[in-house]
Design a protein around this ligand. Structure first.
Ligand code: ACO
Length: 430
């Protein structure tokens, strides 16, 4: 009968230790008993970038990177993208179950009810420079929201917490759209509560002088699917930031601003912006082989390729490719698509990429779609943040209800100087 334990022999001392294995993990704290002598701190695991460390137990999102599987609360992403809506998926991710019709109507109504921003928030946003990056505006404005809701730090009060969650999901599209309008020097468009979540967002982005913005059903649906695909992705960099900040128990606006800042980087939410810059720099299909050679020589990264977890195919990339066709049927074909397809074709056959298990990720095509929808590259991480707000909040809630979680505080391996005495400035080397 196999034991669910791990036996470790410490060759420094010859001692044996038996550690329990649960859910395919050992507890890092169980290593601490492994000491050379009583003065020894005890063994730790060293895992820069958390490549093989589970920081939490979670019931929200399942990813199997080797098989290319993504599920929210057990439901395959393909089925949700096909049949669900973003607000329904938001409910699922936050509550754990799909809503009934009545629950979905009430939930949608409540979200739509909270889309307006306090006028002072608008004034605050107007103070940014004319060319401010919308993501910088987004991060700062979300952080500023905390100052408008003094009850928000009461995070263990379920009623208050639920209220802030609804506010955040409802207000992030408005902040995002205002950031875009600001960068264009256009007047801000207030929410239209008769439109859907994504329809209203498109209206706030693009409405000009018409009495009511006419939403294209194809683009509305495409954006909804893109939001579904980006809603959560278990313990990624920004979610880990949300949990890490959340572990010191600030209000959710402050924690979410930090998560959005983590998303801003080109290795994470900034990747689709980087993909478009890369495609623009490549310029034409005939330049693709030369670019691939430069990537293989270590000169560039092929942006939109590779993933820390997916080592087979990012299932979201497959869905996005279909969405692209539907969008291009309305907007016309984005000429960058030909360069992207050629890059993908060559890379998928090339040993450099195959041996490193580098495949297109969700962001390889999302930027091309957004660009076809007239959304500028600087807005890409902002759109990602609108969708991921749901995942960040669900993961934050889970953290708060997990009795095993404490303030996040990793250890380090100190390799610096030992103790030495202070030297006055006139006695130091010149
Ligand atoms: N282009 C070329 N080579 C790559 C790429 C790439 N996009 N990604 C990884 N590699 C190579 C590395 O150089 C390394 O090669 P080596 O073993 O010869 O040194 C090997 O593949 C492993 O790479 P790591 O950086 O160790 O892989 P890691 O899991 O840390 O990185 C990451 C994952 C950050 C996503 C990386 O693949 C990357 O930078 N991709 C481009 C940026 C991108 O598209 N990010 C979006 C991720 S999806 C998201 O955030 C929604």
């Amino acid at each position: 009968m196999p034991q669910n334990t791990l036996t470790i022999t410490d060759n420094r001392t010859g001692k044996n230790y038996e550690l329990p294995i649960e859910h395919g993990t050992i507890r890092a704290m169980d290593l601490r008993q492994i000491q050379v002598d009583d003065d020894d701190f005890g063994l730790m695991s060293y895992d820069p970038a958390f490549s093989n460390t589970a920081s939490t137990r979670s019931t929200i999102t399942f990813v199997d990177g080797d098989k290319g599987i993504l599920r929210y609360r057990g439901y395959p992403i393909e089925q949700l993208a096909e049949s669900s809506s973003f607000l329904e998926v938001a409910y699922l991710i936050l509550q754990g179950e799909l809503p009934s019709r009545t629950e979905l109507e009430a939930w949608s109504e409540e979200i739509i009810h909270h889309t307006f921003l306090h006028e002072n928030i608008k004034t605050l946003m107007e103070a940014f420079r004319y060319d401010a990056h919308p993501m910088g505006m987004f991060i700062s404005t979300v952080a500023a929201l905390s100052t408008f809701y003094p009850e928000a730090p009461d995070i263990f009060n379920l009623e208050s917490r639920t209220y802030q969650i609804k506010r955040l999901i409802a207000k992030v599209p408005t902040i995002a759209a205002f950031s875009f309008r600001h960068s264009r020097g256009l007047p801000y468009v207030y929410p239209d509560n008769d439109l859907s979540f994504t329809g209203n967002f498109l209206s706030m982005m693009f409405k000009m002088s018409e009495a009511r913005y006419k939403v294209s059903p194809a683009l509305e649906r495409a954006l909804d699917v893109l939001f579904i695909l980006h809603a959560d992705h278990e313990q990624n960099c920004s979610t880990n930031t949300m949990r890490s900040i959340g572990s010191s128990h600030p209000d959710p606006y402050s924690a979410l601003a930090g998560a959005a800042a983590a998303l801003y980087g080109p290795l994470h939410g900034g990747a689709n912006e980087a993909v478009l810059r890369m495609l623009g720099a490549i310029g034409s299909v005939k330049n693709v082989p030369g670019f691939i050679d430069r990537v293989k020589a270590g000169g560039n990264r092929l942006m939109g390729f590779g993933h820390r977890v997916y080592k087979n195919y990012d299932p979201r990339a497959r869905i996005i490719k279909q969405v692209a066709d539907e969008v291009f049927a309305v907007t016309g074909r984005n000429p960058l698509l030909d360069i992207a397809l050629e890059l993908e074709k060559i890379a998928l056959e090339d040993d450099y990429f195959v041996s490193r298990k580098l495949y297109p990720n969700v962001d390889f095509y999302s930027g091309i779609i957004y660009q076809a929808m007239a959304i500028p590259t600087t807005m890409f991480p902002v759109l990602f943040a609108i969708a991921r707000t749901v995942g960040w909040l669900a993961q934050w809630q889970e953290l708060l209800s997990d009795p095993e979680q404490r303030i996040a505080r990793p250890r380090q391996v100190y390799l610096g100087q030992g103790q030495r005495d202070y030297v006055s400035i006139d006695r130091r080397r010149s």
